[in-house]
Design a protein around this ligand. Structure first.
Ligand SMILES: C[S@@+](CC[C@H](N)C(=O)[O-])C[C@H]1O[C@@H](n2cnc3c(N)ncnc32)[C@H](O)[C@@H]1O
Length: 214
């Protein structure tokens, strides 16, 4: 992926930090995040996937390998370049739309366009609601982020990057049903929480015929 870096991203601290990290690493393994694999196994409705803060995403490649179109968004052009190259190698590049953006400023084109909205390894509270609304009827939302407990082993982790108790389920817009919520302790890297939720289908019913929360 070669593009001119938009001026407002050029000096973006997250871009600089993550570009350095990806450029200095041993190279990504492109292993799909387990939450992404679980979400895709839930058989979301036909339709595209939105992978937020995708990094060099094995999840995007897994979804594309299943024939889904994927919009993958990240502030790191290095990550997107790695994903671009691997998608070409696997012959699925045509299914990917790579978006170089700060999620604090980016929004999907209108709500409800995606069968699966995925975000792992990123938290910014104002991003969550609009991201959830990008899931269409019957669509799945899958999110993983550090919890505030992670600050006990990583005191430098800004509180704003961490889920407060009850989040992100407490922030779900109306019409979502929580399918699963799981705390993932990690004494080395910091505790995380995973959420799987589904938006009600057409008519306000979920796939089991039950109404979602009001
Ligand atoms: C921990 S990595 C997670 C990558 C991938 N989702 C995964 O689970 O392996 C965090 C990702 O968030 C991206 N990121 C950080 N701040 C961002 C921002 N403001 N807007 C968009 N992406 C951002 C980084 O570039 C990085 O790829």
């Amino acid at each position: 992926m070669t593009e001119d870096v938009p001026p407002r991203l050029a000096g973006h601290p997250d871009r600089i930090r993550w570009n350095a990290k990806y450029a200095g690493g041993a190279g990504p393994a492109f292993v799909p995040h387990p939450l992404a694999a679980r979400a895709l196994a839930l058989a979301p409705p036909d339709g595209p996937v939105l992978d937020l803060a995708c990094g060099p995403s094995g999840a995007a490649l897994l979804a594309a390998g299943q024939g889904r179109r994927v919009t993958a968004v990240d502030v790191s052009d290095t990550a997107l370049g790695l994903l671009d190259a691997e998608a070409r190698r696997r012959g699925v590049r045509g299914l990917l739309t790579l978006v170089h953006a700060d999620l604090g400023e980016w929004a999907a084109d209108g709500p409800g366009g995606f069968a699966l909205v995925l975000c792992t390894g990123f938290w910014d509270r104002p991003v969550f609601g609009p991201a959830a609304r990008a899931a269409g009827p019957g669509g799945v939302l899958a999110w993983e982020a550090f919890t505030i407990a992670a600050r006990t082993v990583r005191p430098g982790l800004p509180a704003g990057w961490c889920l407060a108790p009850g989040e992100p389920a407490s922030l779900l817009p109306p019409g979502f049903t929580v399918l699963g919520e799981e705390d993932v302790p990690d004494e080395r890297h910091g505790a995380k929480r995973r959420l799987l939720a589904r938006r009600a289908g057409h008519g306000g019913h979920d796939r089991n015929g039950e109404h979602g929360p009001a």
